[in-house]
Design a protein around this ligand. Structure first.
Ligand SMILES: NC(=O)NCCC(=O)O
Ligand SMILES: [Zn+2]
Length: 574
């Protein structure tokens, strides 16, 4: 039985912030139901049949379609300065592409510049991203070196800034050695953070590179030759061993080979708390594309660890995802234009590493996984959003369609198809690794925090609409799985208490947090826009002055976030 919604004061009523989606099939990782979903102020308020809703509410008919939790891409690199180039998808273009493809939250990697502290790096990323993001985002922090200061600042990031994951590299010039990895993992464990690794043996790669270049192999085909599967698998094993010594949950980013996935499977079977991420590129492409005679094409496929020449790899990785050896699919979106890739024309080691994927991740996984009959829609949801929400402690606010969760929803047409092309994608980059691929599964509507951003296939991205989401430490999924069941929201109903329980997380994070003691550099506090994150209460996510794009300037007034709206606080719009 449904209950009528509370009477809303007239001044809070606006058809803008209310939406009902009818007749769709709601897919969560734990089940499918046919119910209507009522959204108000950016939050899912009711799920059920014959809901009683206020007049003037927009209705979307989702008959024959799925309602999926908005995708969470846990691995992007927007405007990332790397290998002498800067990735061309910035936080605006990158998140716009994300939303166009059904992803409603991304987690980017903050990467400190040489000499920059990880705290300053965090502030700088916030400053860069906050005004640009079209959807919610969080940050992982990379640790390109180890020191006592890094250790201290990790604590500040965890306790005061909502960062709960740190990435260490076992390759590249900024890799950590085993002793440093041990210390970094130990600190993650103490703080309740998730340790992440880029797992490749950098010392072996350096020796291989010398040998391969000496043989005169300078083209993109040399990239994989220098980084064979066992070099990846060895690092996966070593990271698991080190994490085990300090009992730290470990997340291996971009598992790219069968051997590495098998190594991870073995560690999991021994009880290591390790989670593995596949990249969407590796499910659709193999390393033979790096042997093409056209440099732009081959170089466009260069990333690390490399796509594997073994043509059975994409299907094998898909099966590892089906069997829960791997838990998520990310994009590692790090896009470089052809001209930037040409930095490595005479030497493959100079090709900026990275490919696109944030826009096409969901469609490509649907095609290769669901449409191919390897996974069902529920597993698709786990791989594209729920597991990321659980591992990074966003669940059940994100990654779930339940009463009280954020209204991040995709209306997915499994029967429609689209053909991917650089000519029509929403990225800033002039190349698409999936060019020409036709996928079943099209996001016809994408609802971000209650607002319809993709509307019957048309995107109306709003710059600055997204907000930074803090990721609290000690995610139950990795630190105490027995607690997870009790967190799960109602799949059905209208219970105000359930809504309060989930919103409690937000309240703690944004309203009741102790004032941090850290002092910011002047340059960060006195930003020209005045919108940089600041410790004294953080950037106010309900800042009524946040900017939106020119294209939607007329909508500015209808979606203003306020801290203390008349009639009491709401976490959405009024
Ligand atoms: N993966 C890649 O090749 N580029 C992005 C940086 C990284 O994740 O290592
Ligand atoms: Zn990456």
């Amino acid at each position: 039985m449904s209950t009528p919604v509370k009477k809303v004061p007239i001044h809070l009523q606006s058809s803008q912030n209310r939406l009902v989606i009818k007749h769709g099939k709601i897919v969560n990782e734990d089940g499918i139901s046919e119910d209507d979903v009522y959204i108000e102020d950016g939050i899912i308020k009711q799920i059920g049949k014959n809901l009683i809703i206020p007049g003037g509410t927009r209705t979307i008919d989702a008959r024959g379609k799925y309602l999926l939790p908005g995708g969470i891409d846990p691995h992007t690199h927007f405007e990332f300065e790397f290998m002498g180039a800067k990735s061309v998808d910035d936080f605006y273009q990158g998140t716009k592409a994300a939303v166009a493809g059904g992803t409603t939250m991304i987690i980017d990697f903050a990467f400190p510049k040489p000499g920059e502290s990880i705290l300053d790096c965090f502030y700088n990323y916030r400053q860069r991203a906050d005004d640009k993001v079209c959807c919610d985002y969080a940050l992982h922090m990379c640790l390109p070196h180890w020191s006592d200061q890094v250790k201290r600042e990790m604590e500040i990031l965890c306790k005061e800034h909502g960062v709960n994951s740190f990435k260490m590299f076992m390759a590249y010039s900024f890799m950590l050695n085993d002793s440093e990895l041990y210390s970094a993992f130990e600190q993650c464990q103490k703080l309740g953070a998730v340790a992440q690794v880029h797992a490749e043996n950098g010392s072996i790669i350096a020796k291989n590179v010398e040998k391969i270049l000496a043989k005169g192999i300078v083209g993109p085909e040399g990239h994989e030759l220098s980084r064979p599967e066992e070099v990846e698998a060895e690092a996966v094993n070593r990271a698991c061993v080190i994490a085990n010594q300090v009992d730290c949950p470990l997340y291996v980013v971009h598992v790219m080979s069968k051997l590495a996935a098998e190594t991870l499977a073995l560690a999991r079977s021994r009880g290591t708390h390790v989670y593995g991420e596949a990249l969407v590129a590796s499910l659709a492409k193999d390393g033979n594309h790096c042997k093409h005679q056209c440099f732009d094409y081959s170089a466009g496929h260069v990333l690390s660890p490399p796509l594997r020449s073994d043509p059975t790899t994409p299907l094998a990785l898909m099966n590892f995802l089906a069997q829960d050896v791997l838990q998520l699919v990310a994009s590692d979106n790090c896009t470089f234009n052809k001209a930037q890739k040409e930095l490595g024309k005479a030497n493959f080691t100079k090709i900026p590493n990275g490919v696109n994927g944030v826009e096409d991740r969901m469609s490509v996984l649907w095609e290769k996984g669901v449409h191919a009959g390897i996974i069902d829609p529920q597993r698709f949801v786990a791989l594209t959003s729920t597991n990321a929400a659980k591992i990074f402690n966003l669940y059940p606010r994100k990654g779930y369609i339940g009463v009280g969760s954020d209204a991040d929803i995709v209306i997915w047409n499994p029967n429609a198809t689209r053909t991917i092309s650089e000519k029509t994608h929403h990225h800033a980059v002039d190349f698409n690794i999936f060019e020409g691929m036709t996928c079943h599964g099209v996001p016809e509507f994408v609802i971000v925090n209650g607002r319809v951003i993709v509307d019957e296939g048309q995107i109306r991205a709003v710059q600055g609409f997204g907000k930074f989401i803090e990721t609290p430490v000690f995610p139950p999924f990795v630190y105490d799985p027995s607690k997870l069941e009790s967190l799960k929201p109602q799949r059905n109903g209208t219970d105000e208490q359930a809504i309060q329980n989930i919103r409690e997380i937000e309240k703690i994070q944004f309203e009741e947090k102790a004032i941090p003691s850290v002092t910011l550099p002047e340059s960060v506090v006195n930003t020209p826009s005045g919108k940089a994150p600041r410790p004294e209460g953080q950037r106010n996510i309900q800042d009524s002055t946040f900017s939106i794009s020119e294209e939607l300037d007329t909508e500015r007034k209808s979606c203003i976030r306020v801290r203390n709206p008349p009639g009491g606080k709401s976490s959405g719009f009024w």
